[in-house]
Design a protein around this ligand. Structure first.
Ligand SMILES: *Cc1c(COP(=O)(O)O)cnc(C)c1O
Length: 370
């Protein structure tokens, strides 16, 4: 897209992404560092993010669905690709054709993969144990049933046993240690042949819980993309995403003038209100109205009034007039407006902000190496 035709520019810094990968890899070493790149690499574009992570040394990727795996396989012919959602009905052939390795989440998944493996095996898989999130994975009863019928795995090679933390972003939450202990216990009641199988446990936040949580492979997502893996301390990750919107119009108004739908904001003194060409249709959450801040040349300014479909209004009274002319850029995410702050103002998490980024932006990828 011609950048002049877009209301906002989304910049994705692949050099920063690679640096984040290396930081997480070093933090988790000697464990292998995989990457969670489901949902189009958290909305940032798997076509560019997948190969960039591969360049940084990543050789193992997690996506949610087989369709995402097929897309990623076309980009990365020799990486390991795991499907977190298990095996969807009647998709076994697709997994084999594209060398996608499923995460087996239940005895149902195991039976389905085992049935296919009878004629097409041996087949690879990961085995997911549910240590407390109660979402995906085998619970104790299913593990015991598996242990009683180990022949189910006759034609299946389990590369990793995995589990997922529910509260890793809260380091003091006792759930973390409870899940860790349950994982050790579950390993001890697995079929004999799986008790020494390598383990994967940590997401981004889990990596920062300490070495006990690393095991043999970690699978961060959000921290790769610049989200803070430890909300309570300064963000160690480099910023990857920057969103800048353009000013369409500037209005000089008197006090007590209503702004936006529903007249939810009234100017207090004589004010300058700038209209910026981004709205909820672009993934700029409606919840950010009268809440969020933007920045004009590093000066923070408030979003006033409601967020419209294509437009927000900001109070630029304290910004020099020459810096907020029509066509000028305003920082909406990144720079003086950290992603985590935008998420907090929208009462959500950075994951939802990133995966909601719209498709009207001019998307630009930076890579220092290119
Ligand atoms: C999404 C996901 C991850 C990555 O989580 P982050 O919090 O983004 O690091 C890891 N493991 C599983 C099972 C996931 O679904």
């Amino acid at each position: 897209m011609d950048p002049k035709l877009a209301g906002a520019h989304l910049t994705i810094d692949l050099a920063a992404l690679k640096e984040n990968y290396r930081l997480l890899r070093d933090q988790a070493a000697p464990a292998e560092c995989a990457a969670s790149v489901k949902a189009n690499a958290y909305g940032l574009g798997i076509e560019r993010v997948g190969p960039a992570l591969y360049e940084a040394g990543c050789r193992r990727f997690f996506v949610a669905l087989p369709g995402e795996g097929v897309t990623l396989r076309a980009l990365l012919p020799d990486a390991a690709i795991h499907i977190l959602g298990g095996i969807l009905p009647e998709t076994e052939e697709v997994y084999v054709a594209h060398n996608l390795v499923p995460v087996l989440n239940s005895l149902h998944d195991i039976r389905q993969w085992a049935a296919y493996a009878t004629d097409h095996g041996p087949l690879h898989a990961l085995l997911h144990l549910d240590t407390g999130i109660t979402r995906l994975g085998l619970l104790e009863a299913e593990i015991r049933e598996l242990a009683a019928t180990p022949e189910l795995l006759e034609n299946i090679k389990i590369d990793f046993v995995m589990s997922h933390l529910a509260c890793a972003d809260m380091p003091d939450n006792p759930m973390n240690r409870e899940q860790l202990e349950k994982l050790h216990f579950f390993r001890s009641i697995l079929p004999e042949a799986l008790r020494e199988t390598p383990v994967s446990f940590a997401n981004s936040a889990g990596i920062f819980l300490g070495a006990e949580f690393h095991f043999d492979m970690v699978r961060p997502g959000i921290a790769l993309f610049g989200g803070n893996p430890r909300a309570s301390t300064a963000n160690p990750m480099r910023e990857v995403v920057r969103l800048r919107g353009r000013i369409l119009q500037v209005q000089d108004v008197d006090s007590e003038i209503p702004v936006g739908y529903g007249a939810t904001f009234r100017t207090e003194g004589s004010s300058r209100i700038a209209t910026v060409s981004v709205g909820y249709a672009d993934g700029y959450f409606r919840a950010l109205g009268n809440k969020a801040e933007c920045a004009v040349k590093t000066i923070k300014v408030p979003v006033v009034g409601r967020v419209s479909m294509d437009i927000i209004t900001i109070d630029v009274s304290k910004v020099p007039a020459e810096d907020c002319q029509p066509g000028a850029f305003v920082d909406l995410i990144g720079g003086a407006v950290p992603l985590d702050e935008v998420a907090a103002h929208a009462e959500t998490i950075p994951y939802e902000i990133l995966t909601s980024l719209g498709n009207r932006y001019y998307r630009e990828y930076l890579d220092a190496a290119v």
